[in-house]
Write a protein of this length. Structure first.
Length: 528
């Protein structure tokens, strides 16, 4: 970093306090950041993080391990140790809070992702940061869209990202004329670049992700200042959480965040003035005030009817079992496999070249198992997100049967059993939802049998149920606080449309149509 980080703890608190309080009390702009740990998170949150590797927090049981302060224009950023591993060096909160209390009313406290600071300070320390807080993350959202980038960066990057596709494009489109209907090969190649959901390095979305300004503090600082900030993972190392590190191990990282939040504020203000001056007022009057709304929802939580959630999960488990029976019937109707292995899979898939007979056998063995009326037992005939979670709940070993959603058995069904040419992107066979849809379109165009098309429809249905389990039912069960019966989602507005979004869990199906609108029945009015 370009300024001096100073650790403030029990050893130098009395000496540093006067100058720090004086600097804060006269400051008009202040950078602020906190570090936290939540080793005492409730069991559901811990299970959710373990299963999904999600970076989320228990906002009711977290500990603020320290906070950093940077006074605009100063040559030093301060980090105060509140709850780090060097217990003897901690500063009591009633002492440390004097620093924040010293702020004058007109002082603007700048945070990157301010709802986090607002929520944690209130929940963990009972401290209100106040209304005069500015969020540089929300400011970045106001300043530019998620896909905007510098023309200089665009020019410097060149076409390396799409180079792997150019030989195929030159060959397939050599005789193409405007208005001609694309062949399936041309269509597949074009889709590799323009696919809406693709984030592959050779897709346009992947290219934009690489060169865009970004909203995260570290990417934003790299984009505007060319400075690479230290990452959380680099600081944490082999430790489990920030509370296991000493203040000295964290000071540079923490001070960096407070300092760069202020630098980013000034840079974004200049960017707005140069590109769209009117948006400054929009940000200050409309978008930044929403950070308090976002924090308020997380702090207050959303009351849910837990029995309704469990009831729906049971119903979807039954639906999953029923769809497995349907898929099995379809597979049996399509069997047997052709005598020879699939040429496309033999060309591209090493695992298929070596073990095509074995993977066929796994599918045949599953299809030959008799159906049972018990949904749990039916689900255990395969390995899946549904069957695994159900087995864990009962204290049983996870099923070791075939995982139909795994790409290998999936591709054996889609291409080998259906005797179809694989969808290939950059020399790799694809079988995700988008490519399954494209395969279905190909089957329909070629007049394939209903049985073949129903195989894909059934796979889609199973995937839909698993998605609902992953996005709604399992998270809702795990993340409902056992002490309060509330969910504590994280709200944000980082989309180009400025629509709100929510995570941990996602309650946004409240406002949508689709297979999961039943989510609306989980929520109840707050207690008055």
């Amino acid at each position: 970093m370009t300024i001096k980080p100073l650790l403030v703890d029990a050893r130098n608190w009395e000496a540093v306090k006067p100058e720090l309080l004086d600097a804060v009390s006269t400051s008009s702009i202040l950078g602020f950041d906190i570090e936290t740990q939540d080793e005492h998170a409730h069991p559901g949150i811990k299970a959710y993080r373990k299963n999904d590797d999600a970076k989320m927090f228990d906002y009711r049981r977290s500990v603020v391990t320290g906070f950093s302060i940077y006074v605009d224009g100063d040559d030093t950023a301060y980090y105060l140790n509140l709850a780090h591993a060097d217990v003897e060096n901690r500063i009591p909160w009633h002492e440390a809070k004097q620093v924040l209390d010293a702020r004058k009313t007109s002082c603007t406290t700048i945070c990157h992702n301010a709802p986090f600071e607002l929520t944690m300070m209130a929940n963990c320390l009972g401290y209100e940061l106040g209304e005069n807080v500015l969020c540089t993350l929300q400011m970045a959202v106001s300043a530019y869209g998620p896909d905007e980038y510098s023309i200089d960066t665009f020019d410097a990057t060149g076409l390396d990202w799409i180079e792997p596709l150019l030989p195929s494009a030159s060959m397939l489109f050599a005789n193409y004329q405007a208005g001609m209907e694309l062949t399936s090969e041309q269509d597949e190649l074009l889709y590799k670049v323009i696919a809406k959901e693709s984030r592959s390095s050779f897709s346009y979305n992947g290219f934009v992700d690489l060169i865009c300004y970004g909203y995260g503090l570290k990417k934003l600082v790299k984009s505007f200042f060319g400075y690479r900030m230290t990452t959380f993972e680099e600081v944490l190392g082999a430790k489990d959480h920030m509370g296991q590190l000493t203040g000295e191990e964290v000071v540079a990282y923490g001070a960096d965040d407070a300092y760069w939040a202020v630098r980013v504020f000034h840079q974004l203000l200049l960017f707005m003035a140069q590109t769209n001056e009117a948006v400054i007022e929009t940000f200050l009057q409309q978008e930044n005030p929403m950070i308090h709304v976002f924090s308020g929802v997380t702090r207050g939580g959303m009351k849910v009817n837990f029995s309704n959630i469990e009831r729906r999960r049971s119903q979807e488990r039954d639906n999953f079992a029923a769809e497995l029976r349907k898929l099995k019937a379809i597979v049996n109707e399509l069997l047997p496999f052709p005598e020879q292995p699939n040429e496309g899979l033999m060309e591209y898939e090493a695992w298929y070249q070596k073990n095509w007979a074995s993977y066929r056998k796994k599918l045949i063995d599953w299809a030959s198992k008799p159906d049972v009326s018990d949904s749990y037992e039916q689900c255990q005939q395969v390995r899946s997100a549904v069957s695994n979670a159900w087995a864990k709940e009962r204290g049983k070993r996870e099923s070791q049967a075939v995982n139909l959603n795994h790409y290998m058995p999936m591709r054996v069904m889609l291409y080998d059993l259906l005797q179809e040419r694989p969808m290939v992107m950059e020399g790799k066979v694809q079988s995700d939802a988008d490519n399954r849809g494209r395969l279905l379109a190909r089957l329909d165009k070629n007049g394939a049998s209903d049985t073949k098309k129903n195989l894909i429809h059934s796979i889609r249905k199973l995937a839909s149920i698993e998605t609902a389990m992953k996005l709604f039912l399992t998270p809702y069960v795990l993340l409902t606080d056992p002490d309060t019966g509330y969910l504590y989602p994280v709200l944000s507005s980082m989309l180009a449309t400025r629509r709100m979004a929510a995570r941990f869990p996602n309650p946004m199906q409240l406002t949508k149509q689709g297979d999961s609108t039943y989510v609306r029945g989980f929520f109840e009015a707050d207690d008055v």
